[in-house]
Design a protein around this ligand. Structure first.
Ligand code: SF4
Length: 172
């Protein structure tokens, strides 16, 4: 068993082929810069709630002021509640994490840069965090989190590592 500190990470960033199109989003910069110090624990909320690989895409939709996650082509396919339940169900695993790295622009995993569409017009009406990421960050407001795209910047990576080490000391 590894004695490295644990970080949660969107599974596709490790090269796992779990994306809706059957591919991955491996990020070698993150893997190489983090895996010496930390054990990277993958989570794919969309696969965890039973969606297939590949699968039809989902997106965020604003409905009467509430953001829901539903199918792009099949708008009756709403996975909001399933993603919420999954996020809550893994809190025992997240309790021992000292950080989380989220995939950018994903309707499930994006931290803050996900397009929100209108329910009828299908035009972008705003931006938000992805559903899974929003539940995690609400439940763990002090947990250090980062977006994979921001971590291409070395100064942001170094700062994130420091924040995780401090968090780990305070929470262990
Ligand atoms: S962004 Fe999140 S939900 Fe989408 S494939 Fe990656 S881990 Fe799975």
């Amino acid at each position: 068993m590894s004695d490295r500190l644990k970080i949660g990470i969107s599974s596709c960033l490790l090269g796992n082929e779990v994306r809706y199109d059957g591919g991955h989003s491996r990020n070698d910069t993150i893997i190489e810069s983090m895996s010496g110090l930390f054990e990277l624990i993958p989570f794919c909320p969309e696969v965890a709630i039973g969606l297939s690989i590949p699968r039809l895409p989902i997106n965020l939709v604003s409905i009467n002021g509430e953001i829901r996650v539903r199918g792009v082509s099949d708008t009756s396919h709403d996975v909001t509640d399933a993603l919420n339940h999954y996020a809550v169900s893994i809190t025992d695993q997240l309790d021992v994490m000292c950080g989380y790295i989220f995939k950018s622009r994903s309707p499930s995993c994006g931290l803050a840069d996900v397009n929100v569409y209108g329910s009828r017009t299908n035009k972008v009406v705003g931006v938000s965090g992805g559903q899974f990421a929003r539940i995690i960050t609400q439940k763990y407001p002090k947990l250090p989190t980062e977006d994979e795209m921001r971590l291409s910047n070395k100064a942001i990576r170094d700062n994130f590592i420091q924040r995780m080490l401090v968090y780990s000391k305070k929470n262990n």
